[in-house]
Design a protein around this ligand. Structure first.
Ligand code: COA
Length: 323
């Protein structure tokens, strides 16, 4: 029987940091409004890099931290909703850049749950005995989709990338998961609409690149669906709250995380927050946080870590990991 285990992490974010104060010079907002409602203080915005550059930076860091050669990678999954092109995928651009010539590479679109969806797909390939070494990356360049005339969305997001190497193992590493989707509420958070048009239907050509969001619908979804899904998952697996060492939630909003903490009765001290530095980086937020925890020694081998992803789609992805 095969299991999958996470053996190395990495991250790459643009150097340029934009503070709430700096944003307030552009739109009618304030540090006080943004930080009190979301916990966000800074975000990193790309100057020239695209989503693939950040993903490649993450891939190279992960490779430098494990004993796996690029040609031994079987699978590359990049979770992204803001890739450089519609095609080729960011995963194929990463494959070429790192020389992973034997890998199958593709992107998945599950927004802020994307990294967890990617881990889940990789886990199935590994458990089925098909692949041994999988590189999973979340990479987003959301700044290119933000409308800087819309203060209700442009203050919330940032650019970044993070990821992990997941390999075949004799011991369980990815312990259990609860993933889901609710397409009925999908249009409450959209990004990058390309309408139908051709020379034969007379419809005008044009795109609406921007993020549009009904913040209250998303807030309500995240604070109801995530705790319920986690509770069901832990109960099914027979895992108690006390067995969880750390929680790495999607870094959308500290108030959402506080409600999740209260509902799950897991103290806030066990939740890792870094949205004050990066804002919401969608699929990259969980792996960036995970990488920080590994780098600063707060996550060590043997620890049990809960990931809680949620976002557009709508989608959610919760997973319990033994490091
Ligand atoms: N700066 C200052 N004022 C702002 C603002 C900003 N950046 N954005 C909105 N406002 C104003 C609104 O115009 C509104 O003013 P009005 O009452 O005069 O109309 C007021 O602030 C309150 O807006 P409201 O939308 O009720 O605020 P809220 O308390 O619901 O908080 C969010 C808004 C977006 C922070 C909150 O809904 C949220 O976090 N939702 C989840 C979003 C999310 O995480 N999405 C990604 C999930 S992956």
């Amino acid at each position: 029987m095969y299991f999958s285990k996470l053996i190395a992490t990495g991250a790459c974010v643009p150097k340029t940091v934009i503070s709430n104060q700096k944003l307030s010079e552009l739109v009618d907002t304030s540090d006080e409004w943004i930080s009190s409602r979301t916990g966000i203080r800074n975000r990193h915005f790309a100057q020239t890099e695209n989503a693939s550059d950040l993903a490649i930076g993450t891939a190279r860091q992960i490779l430098s931290r494990c004993q796996i050669a690029p040609e031994d990678i079987d699978l590359i999954i990049v979770a992204t909703v803001s890739g450089d092109y519609t095609t080729p995928s960011v995963a194929c651009l990463v494959q070429a850049a790192i020389g992973a010539k034997n890998a199958l590479a593709f992107d998945i679109s599950a927004a802020c749950s994307g990294f967890i969806f990617g881990l889940s797909v990789a886990d199935k390939y590994i458990r089925a005995g098909i692949y041994k070494n999988a590189l999973i990356i979340g990479s987003e360049l959301l700044s290119k989709y933000l409308n800087f005339n819309d203060r209700s969305t442009c203050v919330l997001f940032g650019d970044g990338s993070g990821g992990a190497m997941v390999v075949r193992s004799d011991e369980p590493g990815l312990l259990c998961e609860a993933l889901g989707s609710d397409g009925e509420r999908g249009l409450s958070l959209t990004c990058g609409h390309v309408p139908t048009s051709s020379p034969f239907n007379g419809l005008p050509r044009g795109t609406d690149p921007y993020v549009h969001m009904d913040g209250r619908v998303i807030f309500d979804f995240a604070t109801r669906t995530v705790p319920k899904s986690v509770e069901e998952m832990l109960e099914k697996q027979g895992v108690g709250i006390e067995d969880i060492d750390l929680v790495v939630p999607h870094q959308a909003n500290s108030r959402i995380v506080e409600i999740i903490s209260r509902k799950l009765k897991i103290p806030m001290e066990k939740f890792y927050l870094n949205m004050h530095e990066y804002a919401n980086t969608s699929s990259a937020s969980i792996p960036i946080a995970l990488n920080e925890l590994v780098e600063n020694g707060r996550i060590t081998p043997g620890m049990t870590v809960l990931f809680c992803g949620f976002g557009a789609g709508l989608t959610w992805g919760n997973m319990l990991i033994r490091m």
